[in-house]
Write a protein that binds this ligand. Structure first.
Ligand code: ZN
Length: 371
């Protein structure tokens, strides 16, 4: 879906964000483009990773354009992400950080560039995520191939044919699945020709087959940030107690504990998540007239320290980041202490505290956009 112009202006890096010049495509899929630390190590720097990713996006878009596939992929806010901890998470954008970041940035799809074993990339059929392997000739061809899977295609939607030069050719969905022949930068299209041969048939016709899923994926993120990242409001619910992070019934003075409480939908229970200068770093602050930051107490910052309202950002004490734990759920960690937040009891008004990461349900939170 078309990205908010204001957000791009806000971020002030249009050239960085936009992988390609505007194309004639009617559909645009905004892709949150993430990469792992291993990928940075492999390619030398984050700017080198972003440059490689831009090349891949440009290549994939060229393939779609040349193949008569009506979509453009846009690389949005390329950033370092935490790789999924388990295989199943590779396929599920609903867990961990990626879904939250997708909502934050208003993207339709998420990709992760990270070393893998056993393939150039993975994507679920009819999914909205893929993983690309930088060690396997990371390219626009692979990106287009994986996006093709997300649009419902298996490899047999590719087309293999002999050109008028007597050589065997395969379209992009057949990458690594047909021995022999040359893979060409095309999707199958029964109305197009290559080396004198038809590029598809009634079954292998990605240009037609992909259309419904392109529309669905490009329209995936209905709720868009209005002005920029962090514009959405969230309630943050504990997985066990089902209560939300709240300042209800508390004074807003610093030193007053932040607690959990039943969700009344009031502004002191809704929060903003603002991307910080470090990747995956977020700053929480509240909505409306309640304008306080979540922060850790500045004294006794060890395990057991309580969360309290701050009138403004105060270094790392008021900065938190989201981390996917080994079970695939999101934890909230303070940047200063690197400890996880949890409610100190099951009931209303239980104080929010930090502790060493003990990977328990109490330390796991879900995030729901409000309204
Ligand atoms: Zn494949």
């Amino acid at each position: 879906m078309r990205y908010q112009k204001t957000l791009r202006q806000l971020l002030g890096a249009v050239a960085l964000l936009s992988a390609t010049p505007a194309s004639a495509a009617n559909h645009n899929t905004d892709i949150l483009a993430m990469y792992s630390q291993e990928t940075i190590n492999m390619w030398g720097s984050e700017s080198a990773v972003k440059a490689q990713m831009r090349v891949a996006f440009t290549g994939a878009n060229q393939i779609f354009e040349d193949s008569g596939v009506d979509v453009q992929l846009s690389m949005i806010w390329p950033q370092k992400g935490i790789p999924p901890a388990t295989d199943y998470q590779l396929y599920d954008p609903g867990v961990g950080n990626s879904r939250i970041h997708m909502d934050l940035m208003g993207t339709d799809y998420v990709m992760m560039v990270m070393p893998l074993t056993g393939g150039g990339g993975f994507a679920t059929i009819n999914g909205i995520t893929n993983v690309l392997n930088p060690t396997w000739g990371f390219s626009g061809l692979i990106l287009a191939h994986e996006y093709g899977h997300s649009c419902g295609a298996s490899h047999d939607r590719g087309h293999s044919f002999t050109g008028n030069d007597g050589k065997l050719y395969n379209t992009a969905m057949l990458v690594n699945s047909v021995p022999g022949g040359t893979t060409i930068p095309r999707m199958s299209n029964r109305n197009q020709f290559y080396k004198g041969a038809r590029l598809g048939d009634s079954f292998s016709d990605m240009a037609t087959f992909m259309v419904p899923r392109i529309q669905a994926i490009s329209g995936f993120r209905k709720l868009k940030p209005q002005n920029g990242p962090g514009d959405l409001l969230w309630s943050i619910k504990n997985r066990v107690t089902k209560k939300v992070i709240s300042s209800y019934a508390n004074s807003l003075n610093q030193g007053t504990p932040i607690t959990q409480y039943d969700n009344f939908g009031v502004s002191s229970q809704t929060w903003r998540i603002v991307p910080g200068t470090l990747n995956n770093e977020v700053v929480f602050r509240s909505a409306g007239s309640f304008s306080k930051y979540l922060g850790m107490t500045s004294t006794g910052n060890g395990a057991g320290a309580t969360v309290e309202p701050w009138s403004g950002p105060y270094g790392t004490f008021t900065r938190f980041y989201l981390e996917t734990n080994v079970r695939g759920f999101t934890q909230l960690k303070n940047l200063n202490s690197d400890k996880v937040l949890y409610p100190s009891g099951p009931d209303n008004s239980a104080q929010l505290r930090q502790w060493q990461d003990f990977e328990q349900d109490l330390t796991q939170w879900s995030f729901d956009t409000v309204n």
